[in-house]
Design a protein around this ligand. Structure first.
Ligand code: GTP
Ligand code: MG
Length: 220
């Protein structure tokens, strides 16, 4: 996986690919060990390991998807859940168009922390950012402590769509990312309809921040 410091050395085929219509910056956030890195590896590489190597700071992967005959390059940032990296990770919230806010269905603390993570999103990101609440590790039904209904209820309360998923058993991983991309596309189209010349929010961030060649022709 490419780290933030390795950006220039990334040999990843998708990362080097300049043939795309637009780029979406996405972030995965949530407590340590909920499975953020595993979720990203499953999506980008279709791989899974049961070893736990806690993320240091922030990493990213790139994946290009097609939607309505447009190529969308996803730059997916995998943040460290540990508190000590919070200053570094929140610096990456700005400009993110979508978030996966993850908890572990076998870990009550990670579920209780969702509210705090939602506050972090509100504080540091665009108002336009789309968020999906993800209850990961749904393969561990016997160890479940957070009922699916509770996740759904919290999602409704926070205004986030909700998925249960498993990086291990590859349940709802691709679907979650595809749903997030769809939500962002919808939001962009709405915003462009409302104000074709500029898509912005009250924090001064604009969808026009992307290099112009990445925006041209991008209609999801
Ligand atoms: P930080 O980097 O510290 O923030 O943690 P993280 O959220 O990136 O967690 P990570 O992906 O490293 O996963 C933590 C542990 O949970 C690892 O041992 C994974 O193998 C395991 N794990 C991740 N996803 C799943 C899942 O869907 N099911 C099961 N059973 N285990 C999982
Ligand atoms: Mg990690």
């Amino acid at each position: 996986m490419a780290s933030a410091n390795d950006t220039r050395h990334t040999q990843n085929k998708d990362a080097a690919d300049q043939n795309f219509d637009c780029m979406f910056k996405l972030l995965i956030i949530g407590n340590s060990s909920v499975g953020k890195t595993s979720f990203l590896f499953r999506y980008a590489d279709d791989s899974f390991t049961s070893a736990f190597v806690s993320t240091v700071g922030i990493d990213f992967k790139v994946k290009t998807v097609c939607r309505n005959e447009k190529r969308i390059k996803l730059q997916i940032w995998d943040t460290a859940g540990q508190e000590r990296y919070r200053t570094i990770t929140t610096a990456y919230y700005r400009g993110a168009m979508g978030f996966l806010l993850m908890y572990d269905i076998t870990n009550q603390d990670s579920f209780h922390a969702v509210q705090d993570w939602a506050t972090q999103i509100k504080t540091y990101s665009w108002d336009n950012a789309q968020v999906i609440l993800v209850g990961n590790k749904c393969d561990l039904e016997d160890d479940r402590v957070v009922p699916a209904e509770e996740g759904k209820r919290l999602g409704v309360e926070l205004g986030f769509d909700f998925f249960e998923a498993s990086a291990k058993d590859n349940i709802n991983v691709k679907q979650t990312f595809e749903h997030l991309v769809g939500m962002i596309c919808e939001k962009m189209n709405e915003s462009l309809d409302a104000s074709p010349s500029l898509v912005s929010n009250n924090k001064g961030a604009t969808l026009s921040e992307k290099p112009p060649q990445q925006q041209s022709g991008c209609s999801c």
